[in-house]
Design a protein around this ligand. Structure first.
Ligand code: ATP
Length: 304
């Protein structure tokens, strides 16, 4: 069995009385792309900063390719590249100088790929960093991370400020990274991006991991939306097992179905069904379903 790219063991971080991360057990396998989702303040950046050894955990620990993120931070950093949500760069350097400097810090750069990335992201290497727009600064730090071909890419809101064309370029790079066997942890508010790129998705809420799985697994746990139009009266389905949120508008019935859809279909067999549509929940619906309910009361929790 290969060593996971990332593994956390009951990882926790508090800032005073604020519990930013609570008992997190997370694994990102080698060659896997994991998306980390959560509303503002859920703990995503805290997790990333702990993985990078930039914060000291209040409890638990994290490993990067089996190396402790605190004790072996230098060795761990040799295997990873990081894209922060917002980077402080040197304003007076040009884009080319910045890439050269960051490349020297990292130690290994694929120069052919670097040239391809500069072209793909339409980066003007002669410009001074202080003259770059937010999106162009973001492109620069993306190129700097990707050009290293690091075994693990840790990306915090990597496409914030990028236009749709550049988002496409970014997606291509992540697919290429996966094809090469690189691992990726991607924190993002873009649900379509996470849905399109990630093998598994971790949903954080108030510092806790509330869901982790593939899209298919997560959909399985959630309700299916079913819409049925009848040629005669709409039957009562409220007592059918698994059926909820029943709404009738004229001759159309809309409801949610959890678990097997068979009991509902059986009950509709001789009801004059004219049209039946069923739809799996989108990632947006799954995501919202986790945040519709009140947040867990972390103040009364005793676990870390
Ligand atoms: P966002 O999507 O807004 O970037 P996030 O999921 O990255 O949010 P974090 O930045 O990890 O969330 O914050 C988690 C919690 O920890 C929040 O309640 C935040 O206010 C708190 N927090 C983060 N950094 C500090 C700090 N340096 N001091 C005190 N509290 C902090």
């Amino acid at each position: 069995m290969t060593t996971p790219a990332i593994e956390t063991f009951a990882l926790a971080k508090s800032y005073g009385t604020t519990r930013a991360l609570i008992g997190l057990d997370l694994q990102v396998n080698e060659g896997e792309i994991v998306g980390c989702l959560g509303p503002n303040g859920a703990g995503k950046t805290t997790l990333i900063r702990l993985l990078l050894g930039l914060l000291i955990p209040s409890h638990g620990r994290a490993e990067i390719f089996g190396m402790d993120s605190q004790r072996d931070a230098v060795a761990a950093h040799r295997r990873l590249a990081y894209v922060p949500g917002e980077a402080n760069l040197w304003p007076t350097l040009s884009v080319a100088e910045t890439l050269r400097l960051l490349g020297q810090v990292n130690g290994k750069v694929d120069l052919t790929y670097q040239a391809e990335l500069i072209d793909r992201f339409s980066l003007d290497v002669t410009k001074r960093v202080r003259a770059l727009s937010k999106g162009n600064r973001q492109k620069l730090i993306l190129v700097a991370a990707l050009m290293t071909r690091a075994d693990l890419l840790i990306l915090d809101e990597p496409t914030s400020g990028l236009d749709p064309l550049m988002e496409q370029a970014f997606r291509l790079c992540v697919h290429e990274a996966k094809d090469r066997g690189q691992s990726v942890l991607l924190s993002s508010h873009s649900l379509s991006e996470v849905e399109a790129l990630c093998d598994r998705i971790a949903i954080l809420r108030a510092g806790r991991l509330v869901e982790m799985g593939t899209m298919a697994e997560m959909r399985h746990l959630s309700a299916l939306t079913v819409e049925v139009t009848f040629s005669r009266g709409v039957p009562d389905v409220t007592k059918i097992p698994g059926v909820s949120s029943v709404d009738v508008q004229g001759s159309t019935l809309r409801c949610q179905v959890r678990g097997s859809v068979e009991p509902l279909l059986n009950s509709l067999a001789n009801s004059g069904v004219r049209e039946l549509l069923s739809r799996e929940p989108s990632l947006e619906e799954l995501f919202l379903s986790h945040y519709g309910a009140p947040a867990p009361d972390v103040a009364n929790d005793s676990d870390q």
